[in-house]
Write a protein that binds this ligand. Sequence first.
Ligand SMILES: [Zn+2]
Length: 427
Amino acid sequence: MTEQFRQLLSTRRMNDLTTRSTAQISRSGSPGPTDYRRSLHSGSAQQQQQQQQPPSYSSLRNIPLVPTPPSDPKSLRFRNKLLSLSDVPRRWENPGLLDEALRAVPLEQIYNEAEEESQILRAEAESLGGGKKAMWGYQDCVVRALLRWFKRSFFTYVNNPPCSKCMSPSIAIGMAAPIPDEQARGANQVELYQCINEVCKHYERFPRYNDAFVLLQERRGRVGEWTNCFSMLCRAVGSKVRWVWNSEDHVWTEVYSVHRKRWIHVDVCEEVWDKPLLYTLGWGRKLAYCIAFSAEGAMDVTRRYVRNPQTHAADRNAAPESVVLHIMDEIRAIRRGKMTKQDKFRLEGEDMRENRELRHYVIHAIASEIIKLKPADIVSGRIPQVTRSDADAQKAAESRQKQEWVRSRAQGRGNPNQHHQHDQGHR
Ligand SMILES: [Zn+2]
C-alpha cells in the first residue's frame, strides 16, 4: 500500500516537474513578461529616452513604484544576497531524490491521519450548513500530518550536541575545518564542541549541512536545517512550497493551499500551521524583510507577517523599495525564463491575487488604527497621526519623490503647459 502511494505521488510529481524542467533556469532566456518594465529602465539609451519624455500613463499607473535596478554598493550586495538565497528551493527540484526522500516518511500513517482529519473537517462544515467549505482540504491535512510527524518523531533540535561517547552535555569551543567526508556532503562550516565530563573530554563535531537530502539522514539541526528538510518533504508529498527568509535571522515554510487558494505559513520548529503573527504578536519581534522563494520566483511577503508596521516593522534600509521591487522582478524573470506563456500567465495571476491579499492586510491595519481614535480627540482636532513606517509608506514616499522630480523636469523645459495637460488628463 505504501509502495502504491509512492508510485502515485511520484507519477504526479513527475508530470509536474516535466513541465518545469523545460523551464530550467536560464539568464539568457527570452524576456519574461516583467521584462518590459525593466527594459524601460535599463540601458543608457533607453534611460535618456525615458528622461526626455513626459511620464506616460502606464508608468504612473505602475503604482506604487517603478522598479529601479540596484546601483549603489549596498543595494548590489542585497541583490546578490537575495539571488543566492533564491537558490535554496531550487535544490529540491530533483524528482529522483524526492522519490528517495519519501522512503524516510511513514506515508501510510500520514495519509491515514490526513484522510481522517479531512473527513472530520468536512463533517464539521456540513453540520454548519449553508454550503460551508471545509476549513482545510485533503492536501492541507497531508502537510499538517507531515508537520506533526516531523516535529514529534523525526527531527531533533540541536543547540550543543550531546557527547556521543557518554551522552554528557558539551560546550562550544569554536569552529573546525570540514573533513573531506563532511565537505563531500556539503558542509562548509563545522562547529566544534567538547564533552564537559572530565574523564571523557571527547570532541564532538556538528557539521552544518544545507543539503536537504543529506539532512534526511542527519535528522538534526537548528531552524535552518529543520526548515530546509521539512520544506523539501512538503515538496516530496506534492505541495507547492516556498522557503521564507527573514532578515532577523529566521526561516520558515509556506505551503500553497489549493483548497484555500492562498499561501499558508508553516513553522516546523514550532509545529505551527497558519499563524503568521507568531513572530510579531507572539514573540514581540520587529521584522524588516520576509522574502519567500520558490522554484518559480520570489515575493516580498513581509506584509503577511507584519500587520501593524507601527509596532512591528524594523527599518528596511538594505535598499530603496523601488530596488527591492526590481530584485523580485529579476528573480521571477530568471526563474520563469523558459516557461510556457500559459505557465507565466498563471503565475502572474497568482502574484496579483497574493498582492491583493497583502495589500488588504495593510489597509485592515490602518483601518483598525483609525477605529481606535476617541471621538473627543476627533472633535477637539487632536488626531494622533497615523504614521506608517512600512514598506508601502516608503514606496509611496519614493513614488511621490519620483513623480515630483519628473514633473519638475517637465516644467523646466519646452512647453510646460503641454505636459500639465498631459498629466491632468490621466489623474
Ligand atoms: Zn563524553
